[in-house]
Design a protein around this ligand. Structure first.
Ligand code: BGP
Length: 463
């Protein structure tokens, strides 16, 4: 069977500044929370590899964009580093950063690749974190000013903007589960961080719309669908709550301009509402996006709790549900994530049926694999498993589109093996492999498959 995609479908991949640029403390860039955390606790990073060099995009941008072109990308997402562009968080602009991002944007356009630019990818400038990070409204305003600066500087050429990538991640990882800096475990503070992030988002959207540029602004959310273990009401209730906390807490304000009443009632009941200002409501309403990016890696399987909560333990989402390990689930053992291709279709269906079928695209999907060197054949990584992964997800995406979903593209995470936060270079995700010693780039089998798929705007089952 032939899986053909709509005309002008976006084929590409996603990356981020902090995971690719390198030169973390050079050319005028100031520290982010990642640079600081690595300096303080290098042991928290796989093999002690930090964010200094990542995949050297700051030097090799031209070569990398040539590779994007070779892979037949018509679109590519990366992010601007706030700490590089405005090293003090507010105020003076770093001219070297302007020069760098201009070169990247211009080269992408010259190669026929539309730049999709994200403004924040987990990379809080340290000076801003010292002011309280997303717990502070001052930082919300500073972010809005930074966003506006980006629109001013690059908006003549960039027509697809994103305010945040996966804004729930810094909330979960930084303020609930001790996976990221600042390693806080505090539900109240997590709620404030989540709320202020969406206020910052709304300010940026409002500012962009006020400019009346001929582009679009969106947000990128990791919409991990919540599947209950069973239809038992206790399991269904548990899954619904997980969905409210992890998905709808960002999806509803982004698409409807307000929080779900059910979530507000839940927070109120537990005395966890953030401090709101009277003007916030109108601001949130102005934050409705033009375009939604959907990152999809894995489903979230949920069951009700089997045990009572220790009332002395910190208040956590898991007071209300547990994750469920479905027997027979298909796993990516390296990342520890379930592979459930149909999830992509379920997300699109939910958006179509419950959110008015917004313009959206798959902004990340991918498979991180450890020790890929073992798959080298004739000098190239023979990653058939990744081809299967992409193809099987694309089939479900295709079905969603054929049923009317307004899904405009598919971006793979990621273009070239890059630095994955605390996992550093443990799991490789790229269409292109990276030799960390020589910085040599080599297209993998999956890259070749994608090259053909993008050129043909689809694939045959046998491809
Ligand atoms: C997403 C992030 C990316 C990327 C990817 C892979 O959550 O947006 O930055 O890293 O996940 O996950 P990981 O790097 O944790 O393996």
């Amino acid at each position: 069977m032939k899986y053909a995609f709509p005309e002008h479908f976006w084929w590409g991949s996603a990356a981020s500044g902090p995971q690719t640029e390198g030169e973390a403390l050079n050319f005028g860039k100031s520290e982010t929370i990642w640079d600081r955390w690595f300096a303080e606790q290098p042991n928290r990073f796989h093999h002690g590899v930090g964010p200094q060099n990542t995949s050297t995009f700051y030097q090799r941008w031209k070569q990398d964009i040539a590779l994007l072109k070779k892979l037949n990308h018509n679109t590519f997402r990366t992010s601007i580093s706030w700490a590089r562009l405005i090293p003090d968080g507010t105020g003076e602009i770093n001219p070297l950063a302007v020069e760098f991002y201009n070169k990247v944007i211009d080269e992408l356009l010259a190669q026929g690749i539309k730049p999709f630019i994200n403004l924040y990818h987990f990379d809080m400038p340290m000076v801003m974190q010292e002011k309280g990070g997303w717990e502070s409204r001052e930082v919300v305003d500073a972010y809005a000013a930074y966003a506006n600066t980006c629109f001013e500087l690059f908006g003549d050429r960039v027509k697809h903007w994103f305010t945040f990538n996966e804004p729930v991640v810094p909330v979960e990882c930084g303020y609930l589960y001790d996976y990221h800096y600042p390693n806080v475990v505090d539900f109240n503070r997590a709620v404030t961080v989540a709320y202020h992030t969406m206020l910052a988002h709304a300010k940026a959207v409002e500012a962009y719309h006020a400019r009346q540029d001929d582009g679009q602004i969106g947000i990128i959310l990791n919409l991990t669908p919540s599947y209950p273990r069973s239809q038992n009401p206790a399991d269904v209730k548990a899954a619904n709550l997980a969905d409210l906390m992890f998905n709808r807490s960002f999806l509803d304000p982004a698409l409807r301009g307000e929080y779900p009443a059910e979530l507000v009632a839940f927070l109120k009941q537990h005395d966890k509402l953030p401090i709101c200002q009277p003007e916030d409501k109108a601001l949130l309403a102005a934050g409705v996006v033009d375009l939604l990016g959907v990152n999809y890696y894995q489903p979230r399987r949920i069951k009700c709790r089997d045990t009572l909560v220790n009332p002395e333990s910190p208040f956590m989402p898991e007071w209300f549900f547990e994750s469920y390990e479905m027997p027979g689930r298909k796993m990516n053992p390296y990342r520890g994530w379930e592979i459930y291709e149909r999830g992509i279709y379920d997300i699109l269906t939910n958006l179509r049926e419950n959110y008015g079928n917004p313009a959206c695209y798959i902004s990340e999907n991918g498979m991180g694999v450890e020790n890929e060197q073992r798959f080298i054949k004739d000098g190239q990584i023979d990653d058939g498993y990744r081809i299967d992964f992409v193809r099987d997800h694309l089939k479900w995406l295709h079905k969603g589109i054929s049923e009317g979903s307004n899904c405009l593209g598919y971006h793979m995470w990621t273009f070239i093996d890059n630095w994955s936060w605390c996992n550093a270079y443990k799991n490789r995700y790229g269409f292109v492999s990276l030799d960390l010693n020589t910085q040599q780039r080599t297209i993998k089998k999956s890259g070749e498959w994608f090259m053909k798929t993008a050129a043909e705007n689809g694939f045959n089952d046998q491809d």
